[in-house]
Write a protein of this length. Structure first.
Length: 95
């Protein structure tokens, strides 16, 4: 069975990049490399992996990735910090 991960990178400009992959280590190295000059992270290196969540179902991983991409910066920061109370509080504010 294949494993997947939703991940968040912090870029050198302090922005976040959220993605999904089946090989987290390889994907982070790709973000650090010079192979993809048109990618979001290319001009924002170095990057730091600040969060990841494993999944066994790619559909669930993609759904979670899209969900996080729609979140505010504050909500992403709370997720990264593991502050679920704040994630919930910020979610209620948007409703």
């Amino acid at each position: 069975m294949k494993n997947y991960a939703v991940y968040i990178l912090r870029c050198v400009d302090n922005s976040f990049y959220t993605g999904v992959t089946s090989n987290l280590e390889k994907r982070v190295l790709e973000h650090q490399s010079v192979k993809h000059p048109k990618s979001y992270t290319f001009k924002r290196r170095p990057i730091t992996l600040v969060y990841f969540e494993p999944f066994q179902d790619v559909s669930q991983a993609i759904h979670y990735e899209k969900q996080i991409k729609g979140w505010s910066r504050a909500k992403k920061q709370a997720l990264i910090e593991g502050n679920w109370d704040k994630v919930v509080e910020l979610a209620k504010r948007r409703s």
